[in-house]
Design a protein around this ligand. Structure first.
Ligand SMILES: *Cc1c(COP(=O)(O)O)cnc(C)c1O
Length: 417
Protein backbone atom coordinates (compact mmCIF):
# COMPACT_ATOMS: atom_id res chain seq x y z
CA UNK A 1 0.00 0.00 0.00
CA UNK A 2 2.74 2.34 1.07
CA UNK A 3 4.90 1.46 -1.90
CA UNK A 4 2.31 2.78 -4.33
CA UNK A 5 1.87 6.01 -2.36
CA UNK A 6 5.64 6.43 -2.33
CA UNK A 7 5.79 5.79 -6.08
CA UNK A 8 3.19 8.53 -6.60
CA UNK A 9 5.02 10.95 -4.35
CA UNK A 10 8.38 10.21 -5.95
CA UNK A 11 6.92 10.87 -9.40
CA UNK A 12 7.54 7.32 -10.63
CA UNK A 13 3.81 6.55 -10.85
CA UNK A 14 3.11 9.41 -13.22
CA UNK A 15 -0.22 11.05 -14.05
CA UNK A 16 0.07 9.45 -17.50
CA UNK A 17 0.41 5.94 -16.07
CA UNK A 18 -2.98 4.30 -16.00
CA UNK A 19 -1.40 1.45 -14.03
CA UNK A 20 1.94 0.39 -12.59
CA UNK A 21 3.46 -2.71 -11.06
CA UNK A 22 5.86 -2.19 -8.15
CA UNK A 23 8.45 -4.80 -7.12
CA UNK A 24 9.90 -4.73 -3.62
CA UNK A 25 13.45 -5.92 -4.25
CA UNK A 26 14.36 -5.94 -0.56
CA UNK A 27 11.58 -8.44 0.01
CA UNK A 28 12.76 -10.52 -2.94
CA UNK A 29 16.24 -10.62 -1.46
CA UNK A 30 14.82 -11.61 1.92
CA UNK A 31 12.93 -14.48 0.28
CA UNK A 32 16.11 -15.65 -1.43
CA UNK A 33 17.97 -15.53 1.87
CA UNK A 34 15.23 -17.53 3.60
CA UNK A 35 15.43 -20.18 0.90
CA UNK A 36 19.22 -20.35 0.88
CA UNK A 37 19.38 -20.63 4.67
CA UNK A 38 16.90 -23.52 4.74
CA UNK A 39 18.87 -25.75 2.35
CA UNK A 40 22.43 -27.06 2.63
CA UNK A 41 24.96 -24.43 1.64
CA UNK A 42 26.05 -25.98 -1.65
CA UNK A 43 22.51 -26.29 -3.04
CA UNK A 44 22.11 -24.62 -6.44
CA UNK A 45 18.91 -22.59 -6.45
CA UNK A 46 17.79 -22.02 -10.05
CA UNK A 47 15.12 -19.32 -10.34
CA UNK A 48 12.27 -20.35 -12.67
CA UNK A 49 12.59 -17.71 -15.39
CA UNK A 50 9.05 -18.34 -16.62
CA UNK A 51 7.66 -16.99 -13.36
CA UNK A 52 9.19 -13.54 -13.92
CA UNK A 53 11.44 -12.92 -16.94
CA UNK A 54 12.03 -9.20 -16.33
CA UNK A 55 15.76 -8.70 -17.09
CA UNK A 56 16.51 -6.40 -14.12
CA UNK A 57 14.93 -8.93 -11.75
CA UNK A 58 16.94 -11.75 -13.32
CA UNK A 59 20.17 -9.71 -13.05
CA UNK A 60 19.39 -8.92 -9.43
CA UNK A 61 18.92 -12.63 -8.68
CA UNK A 62 22.06 -13.56 -10.62
CA UNK A 63 23.91 -11.05 -8.46
CA UNK A 64 22.59 -12.77 -5.34
CA UNK A 65 24.21 -15.99 -6.53
CA UNK A 66 21.14 -17.80 -7.81
CA UNK A 67 21.02 -19.91 -10.93
CA UNK A 68 18.27 -19.89 -13.56
CA UNK A 69 15.83 -22.54 -14.72
CA UNK A 70 15.05 -21.94 -18.39
CA UNK A 71 12.18 -23.71 -20.12
CA UNK A 72 12.73 -22.38 -23.64
CA UNK A 73 15.51 -21.14 -25.90
CA UNK A 74 14.65 -17.46 -25.32
CA UNK A 75 14.63 -18.09 -21.57
CA UNK A 76 18.20 -19.39 -21.92
CA UNK A 77 19.11 -16.18 -23.72
CA UNK A 78 17.34 -14.09 -21.09
CA UNK A 79 19.32 -15.89 -18.40
CA UNK A 80 22.64 -15.42 -20.22
CA UNK A 81 21.91 -11.75 -20.88
CA UNK A 82 21.09 -11.27 -17.19
CA UNK A 83 24.53 -12.56 -16.24
CA UNK A 84 23.84 -16.10 -15.05
CA UNK A 85 26.93 -18.20 -15.79
CA UNK A 86 26.01 -21.09 -18.14
CA UNK A 87 27.08 -23.58 -15.46
CA UNK A 88 24.29 -22.24 -13.24
CA UNK A 89 21.56 -22.52 -15.90
CA UNK A 90 19.25 -25.54 -15.94
CA UNK A 91 17.40 -26.26 -19.19
CA UNK A 92 13.96 -27.85 -18.78
CA UNK A 93 11.49 -28.17 -21.62
CA UNK A 94 9.44 -31.04 -22.98
CA UNK A 95 10.13 -29.95 -26.58
CA UNK A 96 13.86 -29.28 -26.89
CA UNK A 97 15.02 -29.28 -30.48
CA UNK A 98 18.34 -30.65 -31.72
CA UNK A 99 19.59 -27.08 -32.18
CA UNK A 100 18.59 -26.11 -28.66
CA UNK A 101 20.26 -29.19 -27.19
CA UNK A 102 23.36 -28.45 -29.23
CA UNK A 103 23.56 -24.92 -27.83
CA UNK A 104 23.07 -26.16 -24.26
CA UNK A 105 25.79 -28.79 -24.71
CA UNK A 106 28.21 -26.32 -26.23
CA UNK A 107 27.70 -23.80 -23.44
CA UNK A 108 27.88 -26.38 -20.66
CA UNK A 109 24.29 -25.79 -19.52
CA UNK A 110 22.77 -28.55 -17.37
CA UNK A 111 19.99 -30.32 -19.28
CA UNK A 112 17.08 -32.12 -17.69
CA UNK A 113 15.95 -34.53 -20.38
CA UNK A 114 12.19 -34.95 -20.42
CA UNK A 115 12.10 -38.40 -21.98
CA UNK A 116 14.15 -41.32 -23.24
CA UNK A 117 14.07 -40.21 -26.87
CA UNK A 118 15.61 -36.92 -25.84
CA UNK A 119 18.39 -38.85 -24.07
CA UNK A 120 19.11 -40.63 -27.34
CA UNK A 121 19.35 -37.27 -29.09
CA UNK A 122 21.73 -35.96 -26.45
CA UNK A 123 23.84 -39.11 -26.77
CA UNK A 124 24.01 -38.65 -30.54
CA UNK A 125 25.05 -35.01 -30.23
CA UNK A 126 27.63 -35.85 -27.58
CA UNK A 127 29.13 -38.56 -29.79
CA UNK A 128 29.25 -36.21 -32.78
CA UNK A 129 30.84 -33.29 -30.92
CA UNK A 130 32.92 -34.98 -28.25
CA UNK A 131 31.25 -32.88 -25.54
CA UNK A 132 30.36 -34.68 -22.33
CA UNK A 133 26.80 -33.70 -21.44
CA UNK A 134 25.77 -32.47 -18.03
CA UNK A 135 22.32 -33.98 -17.82
CA UNK A 136 19.61 -35.47 -15.69
CA UNK A 137 16.36 -37.26 -16.42
CA UNK A 138 12.95 -35.95 -15.43
CA UNK A 139 10.85 -38.56 -13.69
CA UNK A 140 7.14 -38.17 -13.02
CA UNK A 141 6.72 -39.53 -9.48
CA UNK A 142 3.03 -40.26 -10.15
CA UNK A 143 2.35 -39.07 -6.61
CA UNK A 144 -1.00 -37.46 -7.38
CA UNK A 145 -2.60 -34.15 -8.28
CA UNK A 146 -2.77 -30.94 -6.25
CA UNK A 147 -5.76 -28.65 -5.83
CA UNK A 148 -5.29 -27.04 -9.27
CA UNK A 149 -5.27 -29.56 -12.09
CA UNK A 150 -3.76 -27.19 -14.64
CA UNK A 151 -0.62 -26.69 -12.55
CA UNK A 152 -0.26 -30.30 -11.34
CA UNK A 153 2.21 -32.47 -13.19
CA UNK A 154 2.59 -35.57 -11.03
CA UNK A 155 -0.60 -37.48 -11.80
CA UNK A 156 -0.62 -41.04 -13.10
CA UNK A 157 -0.54 -39.40 -16.53
CA UNK A 158 1.45 -36.26 -17.25
CA UNK A 159 2.92 -34.84 -20.43
CA UNK A 160 6.17 -34.33 -18.48
CA UNK A 161 8.89 -36.79 -17.63
CA UNK A 162 9.23 -40.55 -17.66
CA UNK A 163 6.63 -42.17 -15.39
CA UNK A 164 8.12 -43.74 -12.29
CA UNK A 165 6.41 -47.03 -13.13
CA UNK A 166 8.78 -47.38 -16.12
CA UNK A 167 11.49 -48.21 -13.62
CA UNK A 168 13.27 -50.79 -15.76
CA UNK A 169 13.60 -48.41 -18.70
CA UNK A 170 14.94 -45.68 -16.42
CA UNK A 171 17.55 -48.02 -14.91
CA UNK A 172 18.47 -49.15 -18.38
CA UNK A 173 19.05 -45.53 -19.47
CA UNK A 174 21.40 -44.94 -16.54
CA UNK A 175 23.24 -48.16 -17.38
CA UNK A 176 23.55 -47.14 -21.03
CA UNK A 177 24.62 -43.49 -20.64
CA UNK A 178 27.50 -43.09 -18.19
CA UNK A 179 27.28 -39.27 -18.47
CA UNK A 180 23.66 -39.26 -17.26
CA UNK A 181 24.25 -37.93 -13.77
CA UNK A 182 21.01 -36.68 -12.30
CA UNK A 183 17.36 -37.12 -11.48
CA UNK A 184 14.78 -34.36 -11.81
CA UNK A 185 11.33 -34.15 -10.27
CA UNK A 186 8.77 -31.34 -10.25
CA UNK A 187 5.39 -32.03 -8.70
CA UNK A 188 3.44 -28.89 -9.58
CA UNK A 189 3.13 -25.16 -9.13
CA UNK A 190 0.70 -23.76 -6.52
CA UNK A 191 -2.03 -25.90 -5.03
CA UNK A 192 0.27 -28.81 -4.08
CA UNK A 193 0.23 -29.44 -0.32
CA UNK A 194 3.51 -30.05 1.45
CA UNK A 195 2.94 -33.78 1.85
CA UNK A 196 2.34 -34.18 -1.89
CA UNK A 197 5.56 -32.29 -2.73
CA UNK A 198 7.47 -34.42 -0.24
CA UNK A 199 5.89 -37.66 -1.51
CA UNK A 200 6.89 -36.80 -5.09
CA UNK A 201 10.47 -35.93 -4.18
CA UNK A 202 10.66 -38.98 -1.92
CA UNK A 203 9.55 -41.40 -4.63
CA UNK A 204 12.23 -40.17 -7.04
CA UNK A 205 14.84 -40.08 -4.28
CA UNK A 206 14.11 -43.77 -3.59
CA UNK A 207 14.54 -44.46 -7.29
CA UNK A 208 17.94 -42.77 -7.09
CA UNK A 209 18.89 -45.07 -4.23
CA UNK A 210 17.90 -48.07 -6.34
CA UNK A 211 20.00 -46.79 -9.24
CA UNK A 212 22.98 -46.33 -6.93
CA UNK A 213 22.49 -49.84 -5.61
CA UNK A 214 22.25 -51.33 -9.10
CA UNK A 215 25.01 -49.35 -10.80
CA UNK A 216 27.38 -48.36 -8.04
CA UNK A 217 27.35 -45.91 -5.16
CA UNK A 218 27.53 -42.30 -6.27
CA UNK A 219 25.95 -42.98 -9.67
CA UNK A 220 23.39 -40.20 -9.03
CA UNK A 221 25.48 -37.04 -8.64
CA UNK A 222 22.76 -34.39 -8.97
CA UNK A 223 19.26 -34.37 -7.56
CA UNK A 224 16.98 -31.60 -8.86
CA UNK A 225 13.86 -31.39 -6.76
CA UNK A 226 12.08 -28.75 -8.83
CA UNK A 227 9.94 -25.90 -7.58
CA UNK A 228 6.37 -25.76 -6.45
CA UNK A 229 6.36 -24.31 -2.96
CA UNK A 230 3.14 -22.29 -2.92
CA UNK A 231 2.67 -18.59 -2.24
CA UNK A 232 -0.13 -17.20 -0.06
CA UNK A 233 -2.87 -15.34 -1.92
CA UNK A 234 -5.56 -15.11 0.76
CA UNK A 235 -5.25 -13.80 4.31
CA UNK A 236 -6.10 -17.31 5.47
CA UNK A 237 -3.31 -18.95 3.43
CA UNK A 238 -0.34 -20.21 5.43
CA UNK A 239 2.16 -21.44 2.84
CA UNK A 240 4.89 -23.72 4.19
CA UNK A 241 8.23 -22.03 4.75
CA UNK A 242 11.34 -23.35 3.01
CA UNK A 243 12.55 -24.48 6.45
CA UNK A 244 9.37 -26.52 7.01
CA UNK A 245 9.77 -28.05 3.56
CA UNK A 246 13.38 -29.00 4.22
CA UNK A 247 12.46 -30.47 7.62
CA UNK A 248 9.76 -32.61 5.99
CA UNK A 249 12.17 -33.70 3.24
CA UNK A 250 14.82 -34.63 5.81
CA UNK A 251 12.33 -36.87 7.55
CA UNK A 252 11.12 -38.58 4.37
CA UNK A 253 14.50 -38.86 2.62
CA UNK A 254 17.37 -39.35 5.05
CA UNK A 255 20.54 -38.62 3.13
CA UNK A 256 18.96 -36.13 0.73
CA UNK A 257 20.60 -33.25 2.59
CA UNK A 258 23.99 -34.91 3.08
CA UNK A 259 25.60 -33.03 0.19
CA UNK A 260 25.85 -36.10 -1.99
CA UNK A 261 24.13 -36.00 -4.46
CA UNK A 262 24.37 -32.26 -5.04
CA UNK A 263 20.98 -30.58 -4.80
CA UNK A 264 19.31 -28.20 -7.26
CA UNK A 265 15.99 -26.41 -6.73
CA UNK A 266 13.82 -24.51 -9.22
CA UNK A 267 11.56 -22.17 -7.29
CA UNK A 268 9.78 -19.25 -8.88
CA UNK A 269 6.46 -18.43 -7.35
CA UNK A 270 7.34 -18.54 -3.66
CA UNK A 271 10.27 -16.20 -4.26
CA UNK A 272 8.67 -13.64 -6.55
CA UNK A 273 4.88 -13.69 -6.17
CA UNK A 274 4.69 -11.89 -2.81
CA UNK A 275 7.09 -9.16 -3.95
CA UNK A 276 4.94 -7.11 -6.28
CA UNK A 277 1.72 -5.14 -6.18
CA UNK A 278 -0.26 -3.94 -9.20
CA UNK A 279 -1.98 -0.56 -9.02
CA UNK A 280 -4.57 0.66 -11.49
CA UNK A 281 -6.41 3.92 -11.65
CA UNK A 282 -10.17 3.49 -11.78
CA UNK A 283 -11.44 4.89 -15.06
CA UNK A 284 -15.16 4.54 -14.43
CA UNK A 285 -17.50 3.35 -11.74
CA UNK A 286 -20.73 1.71 -12.87
CA UNK A 287 -23.69 0.96 -10.65
CA UNK A 288 -26.41 -1.42 -11.72
CA UNK A 289 -29.10 -3.11 -9.71
CA UNK A 290 -27.25 -5.54 -7.44
CA UNK A 291 -23.80 -4.86 -8.96
CA UNK A 292 -21.08 -2.29 -8.48
CA UNK A 293 -18.27 -2.32 -11.02
CA UNK A 294 -14.94 -0.48 -11.06
CA UNK A 295 -13.39 -0.40 -14.53
CA UNK A 296 -9.60 -0.79 -14.32
CA UNK A 297 -6.69 -0.65 -16.74
CA UNK A 298 -5.47 -4.16 -15.94
CA UNK A 299 -7.50 -7.20 -16.93
CA UNK A 300 -6.97 -10.57 -18.54
CA UNK A 301 -3.87 -9.15 -20.24
CA UNK A 302 -2.04 -9.25 -16.89
CA UNK A 303 -4.32 -11.68 -15.05
CA UNK A 304 -4.77 -14.51 -17.54
CA UNK A 305 -5.24 -17.31 -15.04
CA UNK A 306 -7.32 -15.19 -12.69
CA UNK A 307 -9.82 -14.27 -15.41
CA UNK A 308 -10.17 -17.75 -16.91
CA UNK A 309 -10.07 -19.68 -13.67
CA UNK A 310 -11.05 -17.23 -10.93
CA UNK A 311 -11.81 -19.80 -8.24
CA UNK A 312 -8.24 -21.09 -8.27
CA UNK A 313 -6.49 -17.73 -8.40
CA UNK A 314 -7.75 -15.23 -5.81
CA UNK A 315 -5.93 -12.01 -4.90
CA UNK A 316 -6.00 -9.63 -1.97
CA UNK A 317 -7.00 -6.12 -2.95
CA UNK A 318 -6.73 -2.61 -1.53
CA UNK A 319 -7.99 0.86 -2.30
CA UNK A 320 -6.23 4.23 -2.33
CA UNK A 321 -7.58 7.68 -3.07
CA UNK A 322 -6.04 9.55 -6.04
CA UNK A 323 -3.27 10.91 -3.80
CA UNK A 324 -2.30 7.45 -2.59
CA UNK A 325 -3.88 7.50 0.86
CA UNK A 326 -5.61 4.34 1.98
CA UNK A 327 -9.39 4.63 1.71
CA UNK A 328 -11.51 3.45 4.58
CA UNK A 329 -15.24 3.39 5.23
CA UNK A 330 -18.08 0.98 4.80
CA UNK A 331 -17.08 -2.15 2.90
CA UNK A 332 -19.07 -3.13 -0.16
CA UNK A 333 -18.87 -5.79 -2.81
CA UNK A 334 -17.18 -4.61 -6.01
CA UNK A 335 -16.47 -6.29 -9.31
CA UNK A 336 -13.03 -5.25 -10.52
CA UNK A 337 -13.38 -5.27 -14.30
CA UNK A 338 -10.53 -5.16 -16.78
CA UNK A 339 -10.43 -3.07 -19.94
CA UNK A 340 -10.60 -5.90 -22.48
CA UNK A 341 -13.40 -6.77 -24.86
CA UNK A 342 -14.69 -10.00 -23.39
CA UNK A 343 -17.11 -10.67 -20.63
CA UNK A 344 -14.85 -12.80 -18.43
CA UNK A 345 -12.43 -9.93 -17.93
CA UNK A 346 -12.58 -9.64 -14.13
CA UNK A 347 -9.21 -9.90 -12.33
CA UNK A 348 -11.21 -10.01 -9.10
CA UNK A 349 -14.93 -10.73 -8.95
CA UNK A 350 -16.62 -9.55 -5.75
CA UNK A 351 -13.76 -7.77 -4.04
CA UNK A 352 -14.64 -6.38 -0.63
CA UNK A 353 -13.56 -2.73 -0.66
CA UNK A 354 -14.69 0.67 0.61
CA UNK A 355 -16.67 2.91 -1.73
CA UNK A 356 -14.76 3.35 -5.00
CA UNK A 357 -14.77 6.58 -7.00
CA UNK A 358 -13.39 7.30 -10.45
CA UNK A 359 -9.72 8.27 -10.15
CA UNK A 360 -9.13 6.10 -7.11
CA UNK A 361 -6.36 3.51 -7.25
CA UNK A 362 -7.15 -0.18 -6.86
CA UNK A 363 -4.35 -2.45 -5.64
CA UNK A 364 -4.00 -6.13 -6.46
CA UNK A 365 -1.38 -7.88 -4.36
CA UNK A 366 1.02 -10.79 -4.85
CA UNK A 367 1.47 -10.26 -8.58
CA UNK A 368 5.23 -10.84 -8.73
CA UNK A 369 5.05 -14.22 -10.51
CA UNK A 370 3.01 -15.68 -13.39
CA UNK A 371 1.34 -12.36 -14.20
CA UNK A 372 3.56 -10.19 -16.42
CA UNK A 373 5.25 -13.37 -17.63
CA UNK A 374 1.88 -14.49 -19.01
CA UNK A 375 1.03 -11.09 -20.55
CA UNK A 376 -1.58 -11.44 -23.28
CA UNK A 377 -1.55 -9.29 -26.41
CA UNK A 378 -5.31 -9.59 -26.80
CA UNK A 379 -6.73 -6.12 -27.49
CA UNK A 380 -3.16 -4.92 -27.96
CA UNK A 381 -2.98 -2.79 -24.85
CA UNK A 382 0.24 -1.31 -23.52
CA UNK A 383 2.16 -3.26 -20.90
CA UNK A 384 2.32 -0.97 -17.86
CA UNK A 385 5.39 0.64 -16.33
CA UNK A 386 7.16 -1.72 -13.92
CA UNK A 387 8.96 -0.19 -10.96
CA UNK A 388 11.38 -1.58 -8.44
CA UNK A 389 12.18 -0.20 -5.02
CA UNK A 390 15.39 -1.11 -3.21
CA UNK A 391 16.50 0.52 0.03
CA UNK A 392 14.08 3.35 -0.51
CA UNK A 393 15.17 4.08 -4.08
CA UNK A 394 12.85 3.62 -7.04
CA UNK A 395 13.99 2.51 -10.46
CA UNK A 396 12.15 1.70 -13.67
CA UNK A 397 12.47 -2.04 -14.31
CA UNK A 398 10.56 -1.84 -17.56
CA UNK A 399 9.18 1.28 -19.19
CA UNK A 400 5.53 1.47 -20.12
CA UNK A 401 4.94 0.42 -23.70
CA UNK A 402 4.05 3.12 -26.16
CA UNK A 403 1.37 2.42 -28.78
CA UNK A 404 4.17 2.21 -31.37
CA UNK A 405 5.83 -0.59 -29.38
CA UNK A 406 2.67 -2.65 -29.73
CA UNK A 407 2.39 -1.85 -33.43
CA UNK A 408 5.99 -2.98 -33.84
CA UNK A 409 5.25 -6.22 -31.99
CA UNK A 410 2.51 -7.11 -34.47
CA UNK A 411 4.58 -6.06 -37.47
CA UNK A 412 7.32 -8.50 -36.52
CA UNK A 413 11.00 -8.13 -37.19
CA UNK A 414 12.72 -5.68 -39.48
CA UNK A 415 9.75 -3.66 -40.50
CA UNK A 416 9.52 -0.03 -39.62
CA UNK A 417 6.30 1.58 -38.47
C1 LIG B 1 7.11 -24.09 -13.36
C2 LIG B 1 8.22 -24.94 -12.98
C3 LIG B 1 9.00 -24.58 -11.89
C4 LIG B 1 8.68 -23.43 -10.98
O1 LIG B 1 7.53 -23.65 -10.22
P1 LIG B 1 7.14 -22.63 -9.03
O2 LIG B 1 5.79 -23.07 -8.62
O3 LIG B 1 7.14 -21.28 -9.63
O4 LIG B 1 8.14 -22.79 -7.95
C5 LIG B 1 10.12 -25.35 -11.62
N1 LIG B 1 10.44 -26.44 -12.37
C6 LIG B 1 9.68 -26.80 -13.43
C7 LIG B 1 10.10 -27.98 -14.22
C8 LIG B 1 8.55 -26.08 -13.76
O5 LIG B 1 7.80 -26.46 -14.78
Amino acid sequence: MDLVRQALEAGFFRATDTAVIVYDLDRLEANVTRLAEAFPERTGHAFAVKSCPLPPILSFLAGLGLGAEAASLPEIHLALAAGFPPARIVFDSPAKTVEELQLALTLGIYINADNLTELERIAGLAAATGVTPRAGLRVNPQAGLGRIKATSVAGRYSKFGVPLEERAAILDAFARYPWLEGLHVHVGSQGCPLDLLVAGVGAVFDLGRDIDRALGAGRIKTFDLGGGLPAGYRDSDTPPTPAAYVAALAERCPGLLSGDPALVTEFGRMLAAPCAVAASRVEYVKRQKGHRTAVLHLGADLFVRECYNPKSWPHRTGLLDPTGREKTGRIGVWHLAGPLCFSGDFPVWQARLPDIGAGDIVLVRDVGAYTLSMWSRYNSRQMPRVLGIRQGQFSVLREREEPQDVVRFWLGREKSV
